[in-house]
Design a protein around this ligand. Structure first.
Ligand code: CO
Length: 152
């Protein structure tokens, strides 16, 4: 078990476009394992690899229902609209209202390199969009309608 230090703004790795994972090997498994440990240690809903300083297209999510791992995730469908409050482990002490799609369909790979299609609405859709944004160097504060400080 290893918990990474979560990188906070401003740091260039959070603004870089993360690289596609071409080979799913032990190195990738180790990063995913440690991202999972970090997610739970930080009580997060989601974590993207750039947040722990690794510019690769890897995401872990747990909205409370079940744990998801996504390699090279891509939104292939987006429907509807929701506005809700959001925060980010990389931007401590800030929350903001963000408009996002209400439901998304996401294509990614699992650890076996097989394609998996995930569909999420509400909080899961929000987490998927937030984390996939991280892979393109986009932070929720870029999209927030308004932000405010919240005690950590
Ligand atoms: Co975030």
């Amino acid at each position: 078990m290893a918990v990474y230090q979560v990188i906070t703004t401003p740091d260039q790795v959070l603004r870089a476009k993360a690289k596609t994972v071409n080979k799913i090997n032990d190195g990738v498994f180790r990063v995913l394992d440690n991202m999972k440990d970090t997610l739970y240690a930080e009580n997060g809903v989601g974590l993207a690899a750039p947040q722990i300083g690794i510019s690769k297209r890897l995401v872990v999510i747990d909205t409370g229902d079940n744990y998801l791992e996504l390699i090279n995730p891509e939104i292939i469908e987006a429907h509807g609209e929701q506005v809700a409050s959001e925060g980010c482990l990389s931007i401590p002490g800030i929350v903001g209202l963000v408009k996002r799609a209400e439901r998304v369909v996401v294509k990614s790979l699992n650890r076996q390199g097989e394609e998996q299609i995930l569909e999420g609405s509400g909080l899961l859709a929000r987490a998927l969009q937030h984390e996939i944004d991280h892979l393109d160097g986009i932070l929720f504060t870029d999209k927030a309608i308004e932000t405010r400080h919240e005690p950590i």
